[in-house]
Design a protein around this ligand. Structure first.
Ligand code: GKR
Ligand code: MG
Length: 438
């Protein structure tokens, strides 16, 4: 069997004005759907970051993909997974401290490889009649858990003009409205763990938000807060101190300060106070080479992986082993995504023996209107995604919906995520991302 066609679909997906330390989300998030067809008539799909950068990286490997046997993933890795000169020289900062995910030139190879690997695994699953997680060794769990991912946000549900989406969760820029958002999201999806995207309001208001969430939901719902390194070491220690109780019982403090050294200092100072709240990261740890350093410095106790930029589902399994051996926890990071990525994340989580927390997902922030999965959105029930026994990823494309997403994309004036520009346009004409802000 050989890959005979390689199709790429650039989509725009409506997204609300969510806030983070990067700025404000644009009315449409960008995604790419990858489709591989084989000489045997099988189609494998996957989903990844969108816009010009990720698309060009995928286009660049087209000659290496067409004609390949989709079962030969090792040689795929060997030809696509080679590091660029830029990476080999180690001149770049591979962390995501200064770049939104999907725009980091240091992970272009693992990002591109991941998209192709997943589409090949989808083909393999279809060829042998098994779900991906069973193809890569079998499942550790059949219904991986996800968490309620809360965002401060302005009013608006995403999209523009006649294409605007309903604003399901409303404006949410204070602790009370965040409790309301969380209740609504838990009522809709049954999540059992809660993550707050911070780095938006003054840290005291974010501390108060976490306290109100704890008062409302109690210790049965572990809590985490992630300001995407918007805080100084001093502020991080203060937040860690004031939220010591709330972030215990299965919670964590995620990327409070920038860099492995900054995180190590936060950890050292909290431990000196007898506070062992674990620190998690998807910003400072984005590649295998970061792990021994993070372990030695004790900067990060929980790695937040992401099959989309760690190199795919099999690399996620390797990461699970690494974390287990190094005594680190493992969970999963997310960005705005559709149902194909939902299933990628679910299979990746199912196939990892060592996965210690419910994974992130932005899925509640997208709607049925934009979904490209045939039959509609992937259900999240009791906070979990059921893998089932359909072959491959277990989902197919709705080509009419893909075409609608491509039409939206064609009309957009932008080709990359730029949350700072959105802030300047809608909130403050002089806004810049400053690290640390507080
Ligand atoms: O969607 O604004 C966002 C998030 O801040 C996202 O881009 C981050 O990558 O969710 C992410 C995180 O946990 O850092
Ligand atoms: Mg994070």
């Amino acid at each position: 069997m050989k890959i005979s066609e390689f199709r790429l679909h650039s989509l725009a997906v409506a997204d609300g004005p969510l806030r983070s330390s990067y700025g404000r989300h644009a009315p449409y998030a960008l995604r790419t759907i990858v489709e591989l067809k084989t000489t045997d008539g099988l189609t494998g799909i996957s989903e990844t970051y969108g816009g010009d950068g990720p698309l060009a990286a995928l286009e660049a490997v087209r000659p290496l993909v067409v004609g390949r046997d989709p079962f030969q993933l090792t040689s795929l890795w060997m030809s696509l997974g080679q590091r660029t000169e830029f990476e080999r020289q180690g001149t770049g900062d591979r962390s995501q401290t200064h770049l939104v995910p999907g725009e980091n030139p240091m992970d272009v190879h693992t990002r591109t490889l991941a998209a192709i690997e997943v589409a090949c695994l989808d083909i393999i699953g279809k060829a042998v009649g098994k779900p991906i997680c069973d193809v890569v060794g079998g499942r550790a769990r059949s219904s991986p858990p996800f968490s309620a991912y809360l965002f401060y946000k302005h009013g608006g549900g995403g999209g523009l003009g006649a294409d605007a989406r309903e604003d399901e969760y409303g404006e949410c820029l204070d602790p009370q409205s965040m409790v309301r958002q969380c209740k609504q999201m838990i009522a809709n999806y049954g999540f059992k763990e809660i993550k707050l995207k911070g780095g938006v309001l003054d840290p005291d208001a974010e501390i108060e938000t976490i306290k109100q969430l704890r008062a409302e939901f109690g210790p049965a719902y572990p809590l985490r807060i992630d300001p995407n390194c918007a805080w100084s070491v001093e502020t991080s220690v203060k937040v860690g101190r004031e939220l010591r109780e709330e972030l215990s019982d299965g919670g964590y403090l995620e990327d409070p300060a920038a860099g492995l050294d900054g995180m190590a200092e936060v950890r050292r100072r909290l431990l000196a106070e007898g506070n062992d709240t674990p620190l998690a990261s998807n910003v400072a740890t984005t590649a295998f080479e970061h792990l021994p350093v993070a372990r030695r410095l004790d900067s990060v106790q929980i790695v937040l992986s992401d099959p989309h930029y760690w190199g795919g589902i099999r690399n996620q399994q390797h990461l699970s082993k690494f974390c287990e051996v190094l005594g680190m926890g493992l969970s999963m990071h997310s960005n705005n995504h559709l149902g194909v990525s939902m299933m990628i994340m679910a299979h990746a989580s199912a196939a990892c023996p060592h996965l210690t927390y419910a994974c992130d997902t932005h899925y509640p922030w997208q709607t049925e209107v934009d979904e490209v999965v045939l039959g509609g959105r992937v259900p999240i029930v009791n906070g979990c995604v059921e893998i089932g026994d359909k072959p491959g990823l277990g989902v197919e494309l709705d080509y009419d919906q893909v075409a609608r997403g491509c039409e939206r994309y064609a009309k957009l004036p932008y080709r990359k995520r730029d949350d700072e520009a959105e802030m300047r346009q809608h909130v403050d004409p002089n806004w810049k991302r400053i690290l640390p802000r507080w």
